[in-house]
Structures are given as C-alpha cells and as structure tokens.
Design a protein around this ligand. Structure first.
Ligand code: ATP
Ligand code: MG
Length: 554
C-alpha cells in the first residue's frame, strides 16, 4: 500500500509530486497551483481528479491553489456555470480562500502583451481567412507557408490591431498571429493565432471587447500573472507546451516561470465525460438536467447520494499517470459502498411488495422489535420496528414452486423474518388471473428474535415491513447511463437506465429522513433522499448503488 501522510494524501508514486519536490529542493521556496475550469458547463468527475490533484498538491506542500475561471470565450460561458462550479469545488472539500479569479479580468493585460509583441516584431495582423490559414499551415510532414501579411510594418500592425479592438472589422476578417516559425515540426508553433475578432457579449465584461485572446495565448499569461509555479493540465496540451513557454517568456515573465506538467484525463466506463456531450444530453431532454443522478457530473453524483469523501477516495485510488485509460465505474461504486458501510443506518424497505398475513397472530396487536441500526457499527444504536399481523415482503422472496437452492419462502417452508419470528407458509392466495396477491403464514411465538431460541435453524432471513405502519415512497433505480454501441464505436443512452418504483414501502423509522440523507435498504442497496423531488408529504429515494458488485478491487 502507498504510504499516507497525516493529511491523508498519498506522497509517493505520483510523478507530479516528484517534479514539485524537485523544484522545492531547487529554485522554488513555495508552490502555487490553480484549478482553471471554463464556465461552459457543470463540473464532472474528471474535473474532480484535477481538483483533488491541484488542491491536494498545494495542501501537501503547504502552498496555495487558486480557483480561476478560464472565461475568455464569450459565446459559451455563463454565470449559472460559475455558481455551480464554486458550489461543487466547495462541496468536494476544497477552499480557494480569497483567491477566486477570472481570466476575463486580465483582458487589458493580454492586450498590453499583444501590443508589446507587435512592437518587438513578434506578432502581426493577418488577413487570411480561416480556410486559407488552414492551407498555409502545412501538415505533420510538410512545413507551412508564410502568410503574405507576415511582413507588415510594426506601425501598420499597431494601427490594424487597434482598429480590430475598436470594432472596425467584422468577425473573422483579421487575426493577430505570433511570428514564430512556419517550418517548425510542431504545428502549434507555426505562427499561431493570438487574437480573433468576435462581436459577442461576454458574461463579465459585456460589450467592452470585440477581440478575444485565444486559449494558448491567454492561459500561460493567466498562470504567469497569478504567480503559478506548476500549471497542471491534461495530455492534449503536451504539444502546446513550447508555445506556452514562448508566450510566458516573450511577455517578460522570466523569473520562475510556471512549469506546465501534463497528466492523463480520466475516462469512466459506461458514461461520457466531455461537457459538450453532457450538455447535449441536457439540451435534448434525455436526462433531468445537469444534476440528473445518472450523470457523471459532481452535482449529479451529489444528488445520487455520493459523498465528497467517496469521490476524493476514488481520485486517490485511480492515481495520476501519463497514459490515458478508462477506469471501471465499479471502482467509484466500491468507494461509496466503502464510505457508507459503517456510516449509513440500515432500514427495511420493500421495493416490490407482496402481502404476507400471519394467520395466527392477533389482529390489532403491535410488537416493537428492537433492531440494530448498523450491524457493522454498534455506535449507531438500535431502533424499534413495529411487527403486526399484516406485513409486506419482497415478491422475489417467495416462490410457489421453488427452484433448487431457493432458501426463501415457499409453501410449507419456514424462514426467519429479520429481528422478529420464524414463519411458515401455509397458503397462497391468487386473483382471478392466477397472480399471487397474498401469502399466508403462521408464526411460532417461541422463536422471537433475542429470546435465545435454539430449537431449530432456518436458512433464509427476509426483510419485511408492517403493512399498517409502513410509509409509501417512490424509489428510483439506476443503471449505467450509456452503453457501448459497437456499430458506431460511440456510446448511446441506455434506454433502461432509470426504473421508477412508485410503491416502495419503508418501515416508519424513515420518517426522520431529510433530503440528502443516506440509508442502506437491507438487501436492496444504498439509497439517498432526493433533494429535488422530495416534498413534505412524499419522499423520493435514489438508489446510489446496489450492495453487490462484480467489480473486484485489484
Ligand atoms: P471538457 O472537455 O469536459 O469540457 P475541459 O478540459 O474543456 O473538459 P475545462 O473546464 O477546461 O474542461 O477543465 C478544467 C480543468 O479540468 C483542466 O485543467 C482540465 O485539464 C481538467 N479536466 C477536464 N476534464 C478532465 C478529465 N476527464 N480528467 C482529468 N482532468 C480533466
Ligand atoms: Mg474546454
């Protein structure tokens, strides 16, 4: 097992920790990271990996981590997303203190750097259309061609750039490009675009700007302005690193410039992770919003009933590497089971009710059975569960003609009712269509739970609720959101990803439950009280995860 530090963070085996340590032993005496989401959607579990990594490293080495909104693209960004992202980062247990930044607040600074580059002959205004630029760019095997506008004078460039800023040109008419090397083997270095024209309203700066910096220009400047020491990002930016370093250097940030380190994106089986794909599901109405409990978003996982502890544990277990891989969703399920195992109270809830009548039990009698709240955690105490003549059990716990090894209830067979008595099935009642609507049993008063009865043993123990005392609730059972579609190689929505049970009967102890509370329903899995659809008079439960899994921890 990995060595754990006091703060619960692993300190070995992660190459990023190695780089950071190396820098701390060398030129740096403090470290500063950032989590830089673009507010164009809700955060997902992949972002959680990046959050845990960035905030985790800062915590581990006594440094700081900023929350920075990378909001330099006016068309897709929105304050709704800003608010949700703040909420999610906080909920995950991380604190940016007073360091909440917006890349859009540096617009003036990027502009100054751009002007400086023009003055130094390192940037030019280009009139090539997007189409032409693509042609000029060349390919991996062939060098690019220099733009005919590359040798404009500094004065002309300064004038044109200012007029771009003033709004004299329509979208796409001109760009500002770095003057680097059209023959570079790295396509990112072939005179990349730094600014484009976009007459669009920005969510924080409104209509103040009609030129916007490109990500590859703005991002390194954001890091440098904030004094970031380690700019941790995902693998697709590896080829952009030379440009990142170029921008930082040419802008004049020469002492301890930020160091970009790439790591592999998280992928999960049976789900999609990109915000673009998640947004499509929301917009097409295939899910109940960004926080649909099937979604891999932080808000979806929270609503489903995942805890911050379980998500942090998951991020710790998957580790950090440079090789892209898809993690089994079963690992995430393992983590929430592991977290709730001793935390959640265990109650009896019937998902598919079958009436059970104890014919020799006195009508109107109520016995309060003492049952432990969590067999794995005695600290959670016990509760009283009312036992009566009319009960409900699960339909699948009864078979009129039992198959081999069926140790539950069947005609003539005896089972234990959890925390109560042994009962023996004496009769089966059917409706006119032959469907079983009731089973009749007799109980043996000698066998009361806790009485020390040792007369005989039974193989099956069933959960049950009193038909006169149970609470009717709605339960939602989930399957994976997406299925592999071998034909297209892409994924499709699982048509059976949601099953709604309108008659889920739960023992009265559930009355105390508040939205967001988590329980284990005996034999049926972990459930969470839905925070959106639960009303004062009706509870809705989301199944977080079933109890059993085919997933094995390696
Ligand atoms: P998406 O494609 O889902 O929109 P993104 O990379 O565009 O993702 P950003 O908002 O730019 O999303 O991401 C903020 C940070 O989170 C970035 O540093 C990015 O590298 C990281 N990140 C995003 N997705 C993942 C993922 N699946 N695994 C790990 N880190 C991720
Ligand atoms: Mg993005």
């Amino acid at each position: 097992m990995e060595e754990k530090k006091e703060n619960g963070l692993s300190n070995t085996g992660n190459f990023i920790h190695m780089y950071v340590q190396e820098d701390l032993e060398g030129k740096l005496n403090k470290i500063h990271t950032r989590f830089p989401p673009e507010p164009n959607g809700y955060l997902h579990i992949g972002h959680a990996k990046s959050i845990c990594l960035n905030f985790g490293i800062a915590k581990l080495y006594g440094g700081k981590c900023n929350l920075r909104f990378d909001d330099t693209n006016p068309t897709k960004e929105d304050t709704e997303y800003v608010e949700s992202i703040k909420e999610d980062v906080k909920w995950l247990g991380f604190d940016w203190e007073d360091r909440l930044y917006f890349a859009s607040s540096y617009f003036e600074k990027y502009y100054e750097v751009a002007v400086k580059l023009i003055q130094e002959g390192k940037a030019f205004v280009c009139d090539l259309t997007a189409e032409e630029m693509k042609e000029y760019r060349g390919t991996l095997n062939t060098p690019g061609k220099e733009s005919p506008y590359r040798n404009r004078s500094v004065e002309e460039n300064l004038d044109l750039f200012e007029r771009m800023k003033k709004g004299e040109f329509p979208d796409g008419a001109k760009t500002l490009r770095a003057k680097i090397d059209m023959a570079s083997p790295n396509i990112n270095m072939r005179d990349p675009v730094l600014y484009r024209i976009a007459h669009a309203t920005h969510h924080t700066t409104g209509d103040a700007w009609c030129i916007y910096p490109m990500y590859d220009f703005a991002h390194p400047l954001e890091d440098a302005i904030e004094g970031i020491t380690h700019s941790i990002c995902t693998m697709e930016f590896e080829d952009h690193r030379p440009l990142y370093d170029w921008v930082v250097k040419e802008a004049g940030f020469t002492t301890n410039p930020p160091r970009q380190i790439e790591f592999a994106r998280l992928g999960l089986t049976n789900t999609v992770m990109s915000k673009r794909k998640l947004r499509a599901l929301v917009e097409e109405g295939l899910v109940d919003g960004w926080d649909d409990p099937r979604m891999p978003t932080i808000s979806g996982l929270r609503r489903r009933g995942f805890t911050p502890e379980s998500i942090r544990d998951f991020c710790e277990r998957i580790g950090v590497s440079k090789a892209n891989s898809v993690v089994d969703s079963g690992l995430l399920e393992y983590c929430i089971r592991d977290d709730l195992k001793t935390k959640a109270k265990v109650v009896m809830a019937i998902l598919h009710p079958l009436k059970l009548v104890i014919t020799n039990y006195p009508e109107g009698q109520i016995e309060l059975m003492d049952i432990e709240n969590n067999p794995e955690n005695p600290e959670l105490g016990t509760r009283q569960v009312p036992f009566t003549k009319n009960l409900y059990i699960e339909q699948e716990d009864f078979m009129e003609e039992p198959v081999k090894k069926f140790f539950r209830l069947a005609p003539g067979k005896e089972v234990r009712l959890k925390g109560a008595y042994f009962v023996t099935c004496t009769d089966v009642i059917k409706d006119e269509n032959g469907n079983i609507i009731e089973v009749h049993c007799t109980y043996d008063p000698e066998t009361k739970s806790g009485s020390g009865f040792t007369g005989r043993k039974v193989k099956g123990t069933l959960h049950w609720v009193s038909a006169d005392h149970c609470i009717q609730t709605t339960a939602r059972l989930y399957d994976y959101m997406m299925l592999d579609n071998p034909e297209s190689g892409d994924m499709i929505m699982n048509p059976n990803s949601l099953e709604v049970i309108e008659d889920c009967y739960i023992e009265p102890a559930i009355e105390e439950a508040k939205p967001g509370d988590k329980y284990q329903f005996m034999r049926n899995g972990y459930f969470c009280v839905d925070t959106k659809d639960t009303t004062e008079n009706h509870m809705v439960f989301n199944r977080i995860v079933s109890l059993k899994s085919s997933f094995k921890l390696k």
